[in-house]
Design a protein around this ligand. Structure first.
Ligand SMILES: [Zn+2]
Length: 214
């Protein structure tokens, strides 16, 4: 691992610890990655508490096929295929996946076991955090939580390739939330916006703040 890669590993570990402290990565859940170059990404290891990762707990994987480049003690996240699918389809530089409570609850309310569903947010201020051309609405996909994680990656990649205006966030039904961006911080900020939007929807029962007749 180069010095720059080691710095990136430290930043990922610090962000994972912060999200763990917030209760968004319970048990060994959650995973974070950042691109090293066009062909490689650095991702958190599988089956480890995200509250106490060391830089050596991160693994270099190939974006093309999700395989680990160098086999150390850590294995790459079981959800690596979702990260690499996002990279191949979006050109983003970082992906953050966690199990924040409100987003996960919304994924259950709006998602299902078989089909890709959508939860739409309208007119909430926080939609601006997604950086969409139209900040007035965001149609967030809710993917089925397939047993084969690679199949979730396939769903995500084809969805993002088809929906060019899709927001940089997604939900997996009964599972959690994922966000991406040009930096680790942007991906995390977008995940925070999604979680806050989901909290508002659950508190108000409305996917937009105003009554339809207004
Ligand atoms: Zn997960």
């Amino acid at each position: 691992m180069t010095t720059m890669d080691a710095v990136l590993a430290d930043r990922i570990a610090a962000m994972a610890a912060a999200l763990y402290q917030r209760g968004w990565m319970p048990g060994t859940a959650g995973n974070i990655s950042a691109r090293l170059d066009d062909d490689h990404a650095l991702i958190t290891g599988s089956g480890l508490s995200k509250g106490e990762l060391a830089a050596s707990d991160l693994v270099v994987v190939r974006v093309g096929d999700s395989s680990a480049v160098a086999r150390g003690s850590a294995r790459p996240s079981a959800e690596t295929t979702i990260h690499t699918a996002v990279y191949r389809a979006s050109g983003s530089r970082a992906v953050v996946h966690a199990h924040p409570p409100y987003a996960t609850a919304v994924s259950i309310r709006y998602g299902g076991p078989d089909l890709i569903d959508t939860v739409s947010f309208e007119d909430y201020e926080l939609i601006k955090g997604f950086g969409l051309a139209d900040p007035g609405r965001a149609h967030v996909p809710v993917f089925p939580n397939r047993v084969e994680v690679a199949a979730i990656g396939d769903d995500v990649e084809s969805y993002l390739n088809d929906e060019v205006n899709a927001p940089p966030v997604m939900l997996i039904a009964g599972h959690g939330a994922t966000a991406w961006g040009t930096s680790l911080e942007q991906a995390r900020d977008r995940l925070e916006c999604l979680e806050a939007l989901c909290e508002l929807v659950l508190l108000t029962g409305r996917s937009r703040p105003w009554k339809p007749e207004r």
